[in-house]
Write a protein that binds this ligand. Structure first.
Ligand SMILES: NC(=O)c1ccc[n+]([C@@H]2O[C@H](COP(=O)([O-])OP(=O)(O)OC[C@H]3O[C@@H](n4cnc5c(N)ncnc54)[C@H](OP(=O)(O)O)[C@@H]3O)[C@@H](O)[C@H]2O)c1
Length: 252
């Protein structure tokens, strides 16, 4: 075997070569890392988020094909975005944030707009993406493992956490041959976590390093690697993939 042919057999084909990935919530955190990883695997990426400046910056950074600034919890905006889109291969949804709060403190007007945000965004995206995603492509939604353990202040986050795997499995049947999958993360070190924890962020990181079975915190690039695997492995549909370093098995 010549040196050239040895080099050739050691190379692997990029996993998403020639494919197009849409990231709804692609200007920061897990979404931005997924865009970066998808690009490295040969995909074109289309990014969306609300803040146009941060979106533009992210798009320049990863070399995105295009961007669209809109709120994914607005069904009209989601419909318009997908109507104008050419055929694509995958959609990753990282828009939305959890609602934490005790029953006694709940502001029901706020709760009304946030309860089920992840579920509603998933439904809006699923309905509008269904005929834009090529057969074999996947929709990927984000859920969590933290909400599986009952705790004070977790009733709404817990209800959403419980509902997403069921929604995903049912949509996988309804939208086939388009695939539908869910990633359930624990703490991921992103701008969202920094925003939620404020000055408690470093304390939380230290606590997780001490208690997690993996002895370190999970980063967005690791969630992105899982997302890209789900995109490229066409046997995967209707399932929930935990990525939390074992957080669900230890207290806190
Ligand atoms: N980080 C964690 O520990 C963790 C754990 C489990 C699950 N999750 C879930 O994973 C997802 C991503 O989390 P992350 O930590 O990567 O968040 P992040 O760092 O805050 O990034 C979220 C991205 O989504 C965009 N976005 C947020 N709300 C949106 C909306 N309504 N419409 C359109 N774009 C929106 C943000 O940009 P704009 O603000 O400009 O819109 C940003 O680009 C979230 O759904 C989160 O609940 C996170």
């Amino acid at each position: 075997m010549s040196t050239a042919s040895i080099a050739y057999t050691n190379q692997r084909e990029p996993e998403l070569l020639g494919q197009t990935v849409v990231v709804i919530g692609g200007s920061a955190g897990i979404g931005l890392e997924t865009a970066r990883r998808a690009r490295a695997e040969g995909a074109k990426v289309i990014l969306t988020a609300r803040n146009p400046e941060r979106l533009k910056q992210a798009a320049t950074e990863v070399g995105a094909l295009s961007t669209a600034a809109f709120d994914a919890s607005d069904p009209v905006a989601v419909e318009r975005f997908f109507r104008e889109l050419p055929m694509i291969d995958h959609v990753m949804v990282t828009a939305g944030r959890p609602y934490y709060g005790r029953l006694a403190d709940m502001d029901f007007a706020k709760v009304r707009s946030l309860i089920g945000e992840h579920l509603l965004v998933a439904l809006y995206v699923a309905r509008n993406a269904a005929n834009k995603v090529r057969p074999g492509g996947t929709l990927i939604f984000m859920g969590g493992t933290g909400g599986r353990r009952p705790a004070i202040g977790m009733s709404i986050a817990g209800a959403g956490t419980a509902a997403l795997p069921s929604l995903t499995a049912n949509l996988a049947l309804e939208l086939a041959p388009v695939r539908v999958n869910l990633i359930a993360a624990g703490f991921v070190d992103t701008p969202l976590s920094a925003d939620l924890l404020g000055d408690q962020l470093e304390t939380r990181r230290k606590q997780l390093r001490a208690t997690l079975p993996i002895r370190r915190v999970v980063g967005p690039a690791e969630v992105a690697a899982l997302a890209v695997h789900i995109m490229s492995n066409t046997a995967l549909t209707g399932a929930t993939y935990d990525i939390d370093g074992g957080q669900q098995f230890v207290a806190g």
